[in-house]
Design a binder for this molecule. Structure first.
Ligand SMILES: Cc1cc2nc3c(=O)[nH]c(=O)nc-3n(C[C@H](O)[C@H](O)[C@H](O)COP(=O)(O)OP(=O)(O)OC[C@H]3O[C@@H](n4cnc5c(N)ncnc54)[C@H](O)[C@@H]3O)c2cc1C
Length: 578
């Protein structure tokens, strides 16, 4: 499948939304000069288009397969992964003490965005590794960091995240995997891990030399629920003190799932400790695993929000190509009765412009969030809090728009979209997982209204709304949407019941995300104009369309956001399902 990297738009988003030039003014990120930013965006775009995009189709049609506990990928994946590692792309934002380049997270997002638009299923492999690096960087001991970080950062080893068990999905606290402390012998101080995990992304494969599983489990006597969860590092191959790869640990992939999409990503059922000899080491403190896991999940949630943008970009490009080639009917009202390419018809143009505006709006939100994360790393506490409230918006709305754009892309193809060979259907299938994993979008919205809305007595969100509203024409759709968001937030914090808040959480989350994106697109349009960027004209139109139509639509969600839970419970369970 061909993929043209959206480099100019990414550079604009990094410059205007993430404020990468300001970040580079800080000593820590001084290396992120405009030249380097452009070189990275161009380089990873070419790499993704040249090495990973050509494997997207075969990854879908052949997929990952398991035999005798060994997971195999179609031809070409091992070489493409090796090329990625050799080029150093995995190391962009890793700490330099362990071989990373210590560049802003914003640039790591640009790397992920390009790879994922070229091949979403494959990109889950480095994405999970980046999450493991983040967890070890912040919660690992000095010894664990020295032993495991260097080769996770190069990508020679990969990482996984093991939360889910059959009875413990959204309710992570229900997990039952156990960890018994080892008192003596060569593994004294470590733990014996025992249990099963399901749905583990890239849980087994042979593309990396070792796989570092981060596993949530309970130590003996741990409190019930999420307060009794600890995080363990469980390598596929045990690692000796000098970093050498040792014997195979007692863990295995039992099977891989047959899925709607992302077929090249092995989603594994994992068994730990069949022989009672699965060795793991504690990360951080006992019973504080969820805190460490949240670190990993925050970065992963941004990257999953990005997946919505990635799949939207890919689906848009495919649909735009098709719309230029496919000829059907003359333009309505035209004197010329010759049939035209479907891109000339108003409704196809509506679909394409909506796809483009949603994609660029999602990208603007992605890089705005990434820039706030980078400021948080530099010690800017308000930016960190703002990043925290943006993450659920990005994860939820970013992935919802991925599905919408992929669906529109299929529609642009007409019947050919429903036929697998055009590839439009693959985007539609691949996109559908993103609103589900990494905490469903319902759970993201709940996080926004139950935790984030209350940050600093609601001021974090209110300050964000005030920044969006600043300088806006009062009569503009965006000013109206900000007023709607504020009204919902005030209603939610002003005595609405928990059920009422949760009932309106998803529409509220969408309203907030659209408001931030509309604002950032307007800023991009101004920034492009001022710098004379070649995409200035296109950006002006996209920002106008987004604000006139998508922002206006989001205001219509106010009724649902403030509708309350009463109507949802007006039918009892039996009446509801009959
Ligand atoms: C392809 C794939 C890859 C995955 N990769 C990984 C991985 O690498 N590691 C890992 O640990 N897990 C992974 N998962 C698991 C994934 O994170 C979970 O599937 C997800 O968190 C939802 O859990 P669940 O499937 O049990 O759904 P449930 O928790 O059963 O949810 C079902 C529905 O109920 C809703 N719901 C549940 N509880 C609440 C509530 N309290 N309030 C409101 N609504 C609620 C949900 O929003 C959802 O709509 C993966 C899953 C898939 C399908």
């Amino acid at each position: 499948m061909s993929f043209t990297p959206p480099t100019a738009d990414q550079i604009l988003a990094m410059r205007v939304c993430a404020g990468i030039d300001e970040l580079a003014a800080h000593e820590r990120y001084a290396a992120a000069t405009p030249d380097l930013v452009a070189a990275i965006a161009e380089g990873i775009g070419q790499f993704a288009a040249g090495h990973w995009a050509p494997l997207n189709r075969i990854g879908d049609t052949q997929g990952a397969a398991i035999g005798d506990g060994v997971v195999r990928l179609p031809a070409g994946f091992a070489e493409a992964y090796r090329a990625y590692v050799d080029a150093g792309w995995n190391a962009i934002a890793g700490p330099d003490a362990f071989g990373g380049q210590d560049l802003p997270f914003t640039l790591a997002c640009c790397v992920m965005e390009n790879l994922g638009a070229a091949n979403m299923a494959f990109t889950l492999l480095p994405m999970l590794t980046l999450g493991a690096i983040e967890a070890l960087k912040l919660h690992g001991s000095a010894g664990q960091q020295a032993l495991y970080l260097p080769r996770l950062i190069t990508g020679e080893w990969s990482g996984t995240m093991n939360l889910t068990e059959p009875q413990a999905g959204s309710d992570v606290g229900a997990l039952r995997t156990t960890a018994e402390p080892i008192a003596d012998g060569s593994h004294a101080g470590k733990y014996r891990i025992n249990g099963s995990k399901i749905f583990i992304t890239w849980g087994e494969h042979e593309l990396a030399e070792n796989i570092i599983h981060l596993v949530l489990a309970r130590v003996p006597g741990a409190p019930a629920g999420s307060r009794g969860i600890s995080l363990f590092l469980v390598p596929k191959y045990l690692v000796s003190a000098d970093g050498g790869i040792g014997v195979r640990n007692d863990l295995r992939a039992v099977s891989i799932e047959h899925k709607l999409g992302i077929h090249a990503s092995p989603t594994c059922v994992m068994s730990y400790g069949d022989k009672g000899e699965c060795i793991g080491e504690l990360i951080g403190l006992e019973n504080e695993g969820l805190k460490a896991m949240f670190t990993m999940m925050n970065s992963a949630r941004i990257n999953v929000g990005s997946q919505g943008v990635q799949i939207a970009e890919a689906a848009f490009q495919q649909a735009a190509r098709y719309a230029r080639d496919r000829v059907q009917s003359a333009r309505a009202g035209s004197a010329d009765k010759a049939p035209v390419a479907i891109i000339r018809h108003p409704d196809v143009r509506r679909m394409l412009l909506r796809m483009k505006a949603l994609t660029e709006g999602g990208r603007a939100l992605l890089y705005y969030t990434a820039g706030q994360v980078d400021r948080g790393v530099l010690g800017d506490a308000p930016a960190q809090q703002r990043a925290d409230v943006l993450v659920p918006m990005l994860k939820a709305w970013g992935t919802d728009l991925g599905c919408e754009v992929a669906s529109l892309g299929l529609q642009v193809h007409g019947g050919m979209g429903f036929i697998e060979e055009t590839g439009a259907a693959q985007f539609y299938r691949d996109a559908r997982i993103a609103p589900i994993y990494e905490g469903t979008n319902g759970i993201q919205a709940a996080d926004l209204v139950t935790r984030k809305l209350g940050y600093a007595n609601g001021q974090v969100l209110m300050n964000l709304f005030a920044d969006i509203a600043s300088g806006l024409d009062e009569a503009s759709p965006l000013a109206a949407l900000v007023r709607d968001c504020m009204a919902v937030a005030e209603w939610m914090t002003g005595g609405a019941s928990i059920d009422d808040k949760l009932a309106g959480s998803v529409p509220f989350c969408t309203m907030c995300a659209v408001a931030v994106s509309g604002w950032q697109l307007l800023r991009q349009a101004r920034g492009a104009e001022e710098s004379g960027a070649a995409i200035a004209r296109s950006k002006r139109v996209v920002a106008r369309y987004f604000n006139e139509q998508i922002v206006a639509e989001a205001s219509g969600l106010r009724a649902a956001a403030m509708g309350g839970a009463d109507v949802l419970y007006a039918l009892d369970d039996t009446e509801l399902v009959n």
